[in-house]
Design a protein around this ligand. Structure first.
Ligand SMILES: Cc1cc2nc3c(=O)[nH]c(=O)nc-3n(C[C@H](O)[C@H](O)[C@H](O)COP(=O)(O)OP(=O)(O)OC[C@H]3O[C@@H](n4cnc5c(N)ncnc54)[C@H](O)[C@@H]3O)c2cc1C
Length: 417
């Protein structure tokens, strides 16, 4: 299909919407991005910035259910569910629980991996082609442990990832870890090191991408809430918005955790729950780590950027809750304090929360609406939407343009729900 001059509306100005807009614009489409708030208002702004091909396994793994139930009853757990009568939440949790087994874990992983790998290559290509000021660094990711037993326990996961997904980690004992990262405290057991992972500063990526897109003629309409579609048979002719209709030849719905609000217009089930997480951004501590780290025992992650430092964590199923709760922020600080000599630096420049768009199988939805042939959904990227964005953008552009997709889109079909 010739795409030259054909109009596409991308709904949602997060990283998935911007990466899709970029790929569509390169493919010759006349692109308009429609955002209800401002670009980067959602989960894509203050996340930890990991571009992590190592995150191959879904959240639903064998053993996760028991740990989750235990965490629910623990004081100050980073994981929490706000109990309420919400059938969509309970159906989501039930489906998640059913998938906590080896068969379903192994079934989901290839779809996650192909998008992660494609995305990593697309990021590298994009950074070569464009000058994007996003503080990209390819120094890997450390999983740091205090407990020898838990460090040893990861050996099995490492063996599985090496054997089935060609994703081995390097094991570092206490001394090797101390040599690599003097910012860590003494007395830790060691770490697993994924050298393949990279990181960037997500807010900088979004603002650079925005400038690039505008310089390439992409129109951005902020403060414009999409409320539905104007249909003509099996096609959408326009999006209906808070500021009037916007006609186009094709539409991409990249509305992250808010996508369920458009489900009835899209004609399908969108079982996405908002998984709320927090981050604190600040100037670098005096003794700052060089390499991003996850502390699996406290479930806290830290990222040293060139221009600052971020601590992120927590997964709350609390609906579309907009509050910032001090005790939850304390979990971030305590979780970093347990490992780092100089865990944070006050004052904090930004205290932030975001809703991760969580599906129960950890796979995104990248597929056409069953009721409108020219509407593509690209949402539900869970905890790794930044890592999957560049590959998603390419896949979206291929599917919208009727080209052969570069990766198999079957795992992302909406009909699986
Ligand atoms: C604490 C935390 C740490 C994380 N760390 C990482 C990480 O290190 N690496 C990683 O890969 N991922 C990470 N993530 C996950 C990642 O942030 C998300 O997967 C990703 O940002 C999702 O992008 P998105 O574009 O789909 O959604 P969003 O960024 O939420 O964008 C959706 C946009 O759509 C707009 N919108 C919604 N509805 C409408 C409508 N009706 N009309 C118009 N506009 C609309 C919203 O305002 C929003 O701007 C983290 C998330 C959190 C919370």
């Amino acid at each position: 299909m010739s795409t030259s001059g054909r109009r596409v509306v991308v709904v949602g100005g997060g990283v998935i919407g911007l990466a899709s807009a970029y790929a569509l614009n390169r493919g010759g489409w006349d692109v308009t991005i429609v955002e209800r708030d401002v670009i980067g208002a959602g989960a894509s702004h203050g996340n930890c910035g990991y571009i992590c091909p190592s995150h191959v396994l879904p959240l639903a793994e064998p053993g996760v259910l028991g740990k989750t139930i235990k965490a629910l009853f623990a004081k100050n757990s980073p994981f929490s569910i706000k109990p309420r009568l919400d059938p969509a939440l309970w159906s989501w949790l039930l489906n998640f629980a059913r998938r906590c087994n080896e068969r379903d874990m192994l079934a989901a992983a290839p779809g996650i991996q192909s998008l992660l790998n494609s995305s990593f290559a697309e990021y590298e290509a994009m950074l070569q082609r464009e000058s994007l000021d996003c503080e990209w660094e390819h120094v890997g990711l450390l999983y740091v442990y205090k407990s020898q037993a838990l460090l040893d326990g990861f050996t099995e996961t490492d063996a599985l990832l090496s054997r089935s997904f060609q994703m081995p980690a390097e094991r570092l004992d206490a001394q090797a870890l101390a040599d690599l990262e003097p910012a860590l405290q003494d007395g830790l057991a060691g770490a697993w090191y994924y050298r393949c992972d990279a990181h960037l500063r997500p807010d900088r990526l979004l603002s650079s991408l925005r400038r690039l897109l505008e310089s390439r003629g992409v129109t951005i309409r902020e403060g414009c809430d999409v409320t539905g579609f104007v249909r003509g048979g099996k096609q959408a002719q326009a999006v209906a918005t808070s500021t009037g209709e916007i006609p186009a030849d094709a539409f991409v719905v990249a509305t992250g955790a808010l996508t369920p609000f458009l489900a009835k217009h899209l004609g399908c089930r969108i079982p996405i729950q908002p998984g709320k997480g927090y981050s604190l951004t600040m100037a670098k501590p005096v003794t700052c780590p060089k390499i991003p780290m996850i502390f699996p025992e406290t479930k806290v992650a830290i990222t040293p950027f060139q221009s600052g430092y971020r601590i992120g964590s927590t997964m709350e199923f609390a609906g579309y809750d907009t509050s910032i709760k001090q005790p939850r922020l304390q979990i971030l600080l305590e979780g970093a304090k347990a490992y780092l000599r100089d865990p944070y630096r006050e004052p904090f420049e930004e205290t932030w929360y975001g809703w991760r768009p969580m599906t129960y199988d950890s796979l995104p939805i990248i597929d056409r609406s069953p009721t409108m042939d020219n509407v593509l959904i690209a949402a539900g990227h869970n905890m790794i939407g930044l890592s999957m964005a560049a590959g998603t953008g390419r896949l979206v552009a291929e599917l919208v343009s009727g080209q052969a997709p570069h990766i198999d889109p079957t795992p992302y079909r909406v009909g699986r729900f």
